[in-house]
Design a binder for this molecule. Structure first.
Ligand SMILES: [Zn+2]
Length: 403
C-alpha cells in the first residue's frame, strides 16, 4: 500500500459520524446571517472572528463554547438552517467525505412560530439538496463512485438553561414546580419522540444523542428518552467519557443502550472513577473488554479534545494510542468543523503523524465509519454501499484484492 499523504487522504471515501451542525458553519455565512438578523458579533470579518472567537486553541471550555452563542443565534429560521445544512454538506463533499451524520439540538432553535419539526425539516431539505446534486454527477450516477449519504442525529441535552432558547424556556414555564433534572429528562423525551416520528414520516433522522456537561448530569436521567428510541430501533449515541470517566461510559451503555460513544476519551482513566468501585483497574478492564467485544464504536475527535483538555497538547499522549493497541472500534470525527477549525482529512492526517498509522489501519478505520453508521436504509442496502466504498477505497489505494 502506498504511503499516505494529504492528497491521498482527501481522495479516500470518509465518514463523519460525530459533527455538530452549529459548530460547523462557514464564517462568511455566519457574518451574512448575523447582519440579516441584527445579531451582534464581536467582528464582521473572517480574520477578526478567527482571532477573537474561532481559534486554533482555547484557554478553557467557556472560551471554546463562546462561538456557539453566535452560531446558534443565527440558526433562527428555515432559510438560515437549510442553507447552513446545505453548505455543510458541500464542505464535506469537497474533502471526500461520502457519509455524514450531522447532529444538532433542535430545541435550541425552537421559538414562537418555529417548531422542532420545522427545524428538523429545514436541515433535512439542506441535506437532501446537497446529496441530490452530488449524486447526479456522472461518476456517481453510473455507479463508479459511492454516493453521498447524509443523516441527522437529534441531540438531547444533559443540562440546559431556560435562557438558551424559547424552546428550552418553555419547559421552565410549563413546570415551575419541577426540579431541574425532571425538566432535562422531559425535554429529552420530547426530542426522542420527535426523532422517531420524523424518521417515520420520511425525514433523514437516524439517531439520537445526549450532549452537554457530563459531570453532575448523569445519563440515567435520560433513560426514558433512550428507551423510546430503542423501542423504535433508532440509532443511539451518547457523549460520554469526554469530561468524565469510565462510569459515565458505562451509564451510556447500561442505561441508554448506546451503540456508539461520543469521545470516550477517559475510558482508561482510573483517577476519574468515583469511590464506590473498589477495584478500579478490574472495572476498566471489564468495561474495555465489553466495548471491544460488542464493537461499540468510539467517535474519536482528536483536535476537539486537545482544545478542551490541555493535558492532550502532545497528541501522541491521547488515549487513542491505547484504543488502537486494544483494537477497539474507532472512527475519526471532527466534532466541530468551524469551532475546532478542522476537517475529517485534517483529523486523519494528524492521527497518521501522531500515531504513525499505516495506510492499512487508516483504510480499516475509514471503513469502520461506514460500517458503524446509522445508515438510513435497509441492511442489505447498507452492505452494498459499504462494499462499493471498500472497492473504491482500494482502487484509490491501488489495490485490486478485496477484503
Ligand atoms: Zn460532540
Amino acid at each position: 500500500m502506498p504511503a499516505l499523504n494529504d492528497d491521498l487522504i482527501r481522495k479516500l471515501p470518509k465518514t463523519d459520524l460525530h459533527v455538530h451542525l452549529d459548530g460547523s458553519l462557514r464564517i462568511p455565512t455566519l457574518i451574512e446571517l448575523a447582519k440579516q438578523h441584527n445579531i451582534k458579533l464581536p467582528s464582521y470579518t473572517v480574520e477578526g472572528l478567527r482571532e477573537l472567537v474561532f481559534k486554533d486553541s482555547y484557554k478553557n471550555l467557556p472560551e471554546y463554547l463562546e462561538g456557539f452563542l453566535y452560531t446558534t443565534a443565527v440558526m433562527c429560521d428555515k432559510e438560515a438552517i437549510e442553507r447552513i445544512a446545505y453548505e455543510f454538506c458541500l464542505d464535506n463533499q469537497a474533502e471526500g467525505v461520502r457519509y455524514v451524520e450531522v447532529r444538532f439540538a433542535p430545541q435550541l432553535s425552537v421559538r414562537d412560530g418555529f417548531t422542532m419539526t420545522e427545524v428538523v425539516k429545514a436541515v433535512d431539505r439542506g441535506l437532501r439538496r446537497a446529496a441530490q446534486e452530488f449524486n447526479a454527477r456522472p461518476e456517481v450516477r453510473d455507479g463508479l463512485e459511492p454516493k453521498f449519504v447524509a443523516g441527522m442525529i437529534l441531540c438531547a441535552m444533559r443540562y440546559f438553561e431556560g435562557t438558551w432558547s424559547q424552546g428550552f424556556g418553555r419547559f421552565f414555564d410549563a413546570m415551575p414546580e419541577a426540579d431541574r433534572f425532571e425538566l432535562y429528562s422531559t425535554a429529552s423525551v420530547e426530542v426522542a419522540r420527535a426523532a422517531v416520528r420524523l424518521r417515520d414520516e420520511g425525514c433523514l433522522v437516524v439517531g439520537i444523542d445526549l450532549a452537554g456537561q457530563e459531570k453532575g448530569y448523569p445519563a440515567g436521567d435520560h433513560k426514558h428518552a433512550y428507551q423510546i428510541a430503542h423501542e423504535a430501533f433508532l440509532g443511539k449515541t451518547v457523549h460520554a467519557g469526554e469530561d468524565y470517566g469510565p462510569e459515565s461510559i458505562f451509564q451510556a451503555l447500561g442505561d441508554l443502550h448506546a451503540d456508539r460513544i461520543g469521545h470516550g476519551t477517559w475510558l482508561f482513566s482510573e483517577d476519574k472513577i468515583q469511590a464506590h468501585i473498589a477495584d478500579k483497574k478490574a472495572y476498566i478492564e471489564s468495561l474495555v473488554e465489553y466495548i471491544a467485544d460488542k464493537r461499540i464504536t468510539l467517535e474519536v475527535c482528536l483536535t476537539s479534545n486537545q482544545q478542551t483538555v490541555p493535558e492532550l497538547a502532545d497528541l501522541s499522549k491521547h488515549p487513542f494510542a491505547e484504543m488502537r493497541k486494544r483494537k477497539l472500534s474507532t472512527t475519526f470525527c471532527t466534532d466541530n468543523r468551524l469551532v475546532s477549525n478542522t476537517t475529517v482529512s485534517n483529523e486523519i492526517g494528524r492521527a497518521v503523524k501522531a500515531f504513525d498509522l499505516t495506510a492499512r489501519e487508516v483504510r480499516d478505520s475509514l471503513i469502520y465509519g461506514f460500517k458503524r453508521s446509522f445508515f438510513p436504509g435497509s441492511y442489505l442496502e447498507k452492505r452494498q454501499y459499504v462494499r462499493q466504498v471498500i472497492d473504491y477505497a482500494d482502487r484509490i489505494l491501488g489495490r485490486t484484492e478485496s477484503s
